[in-house]
Design a protein around this ligand. Structure first.
Ligand SMILES: *Cc1c(COP(=O)(O)O)cnc(C)c1O
Length: 394
């Protein structure tokens, strides 16, 4: 743990970077906030060349470029040549990366990965000619065994996992993947800059659903892929699909996401502080029989989490006594926590998760998943205390 958001290697603090990344004043007008460029087409010089590198909005748009530059800059461990590609959703970003596996190749994916990406893979991977190996990636021996089975082109990690908050050892998995000639990608949606930077542990590519923490206000869908350079082969594949298919954010969506990024460091710091308070409160509550939060010393991968995370994040889950019915009652009884899916916004959310994931889910029916927002911790503790108290009259 480094204390979160502190400057590393003498570089600027994340709070400073978040405010200034991709935010140079408009050279034409001096506007301090970035302009939105809705134009889909751009003037050509008499010799046919592009004036500023822009030709047509599917392949490039100045507002999208600013967003990509900002997100790349917010991953300092990816280095000075870091590159980012923005997509219309986190799922489109993930799909572009996962399709980098050549037909006949194998992708290792977490057995409890985000259910939307899991559904995408179950529906499409066979058509792509990609074989999936579902593995408990929090168990390095299991990752090693799946690599030893051969033909693995890509290892996909998501840590902490959803909704059981299992933590995978990124550096350990990178080492195993690279020795087997595979690339390693991290879905870092739950660990935005300020919580972790998987490039520090050696990840080749990082993906975010910017719908969540990066944009941060539950009002814009998006995804982004980041790598150490434009030339990274996995990134280059995703970049090419971005331009060929056009699953890109609109200029307005790119701008909204940029605007959200300005407060990213403050939001994740505040929400992580509060999540720690809530995890402690819940763990001591008689109506709660389990709390999953990587910041707790009783978490099975706490040491790994402490080594690779700056903060333990703002997601947690807990299990209530009394089964599905009790979980439903608690979610319905909160005042500040909105009963809704998703995460990473300024508002706290609570979700009875099993029904969302469908009948074949391994998620326990008494589990509630919480995305902690930036409200005052005391109000959120009082809110959960009151909601849990309703179980006593059951
Ligand atoms: C939400 C989410 C996604 C998908 O992102 P969309 O923007 O909804 O397409 C992928 N991975 C994780 C971990 C997520 O939480």
């Amino acid at each position: 743990m480094s204390g979160g958001g502190d400057a590393r290697d003498g570089g600027p603090d994340l709070r400073t970077l978040a405010v200034h990344a991709g935010a140079d004043a408009d050279p034409e007008t001096g506007a301090v906030t970035p302009p939105i460029h809705p134009s889909t087409t751009f003037l050509q010089e008499p010799d046919g060349s592009a004036r500023a590198g822009y030709v047509y909005a599917r392949t490039g748009n100045p507002t999208r470029t600013r967003l990509e530059e900002a997100v790349a800059a917010l991953h300092p461990a990816a280095g000075l040549h870091a590159a980012a590609a923005a997509f219309a959703s986190g799922s489109a970003a993930a799909s572009a990366l996962l399709r980098s596996v050549d037909p006949g190749g194998v992708a290792i994916v977490p057995d409890d990965m985000y259910h939307g990406i899991r559904r995408l893979l179950l529906a499409q991977a066979e058509r792509w000619g990609v074989t999936l190996r579902f593995v408990d990636t929090s168990d390095l021996a299991a990752v090693g065994a799946a690599l030893a089975a051969g033909d693995v082109a890509l290892v996909w990690l998501e840590t902490p996992s959803n909704p059981s908050l299992k933590v995978s050892d990124v550096a350990g998995a990178v080492d195993l993947a690279h020795r087997a000639g595979a690339r390693l990608a991290v879905d870092a949606t739950w660990t935005p800059p300020g919580v972790a930077d998987p490039f520090r542990e050696g990840a080749d590519v990082v993906m975010h659903s910017s719908t969540k923490y990066l944009a941060g206000h539950s009002d814009v869908l998006g995804g982004v892929v980041v790598a150490r350079s434009e030339d990274d082969p996995t990134f280059a594949f995703a970049r090419s699909l971005q331009g060929l298919e056009g699953a890109v954010p609109s200029p307005f969506d790119a701008w909204l996401t940029l605007r959200g990024l300005r407060t990213l460091a403050l939001r994740v710091r505040a929400a992580s502080d509060t999540a720690e308070t809530l995890a402690t409160f819940l763990a001591g509550h008689p109506a709660v029989h389990a709390v999953a939060y990587p910041g707790r010393s009783d978490h099975p991968n706490h040491a790994v989490a402490a080594a690779q995370m700056d903060r333990f994040g703002a997601m947690l889950s807990f299990r209530v006594r009394g089964g599905a019915d009790a979980a439903r009652r608690v979610a319905a009884a909160t005042r500040w926590f909105r009963p809704a899916t998703s995460l990473g916004g300024v508002e706290s959310l609570i979700e009875h998760r099993a029904p969302v994931e469908g009948p074949d889910t391994p998620t326990p029916e008494d589990l509630l998943r919480v995305s902690v927002g930036i409200e005052a911790a005391d109000d959120l503790v009082r809110d959960l205390a009151a909601a849990l108290a309703t179980l006593e009259d059951a």
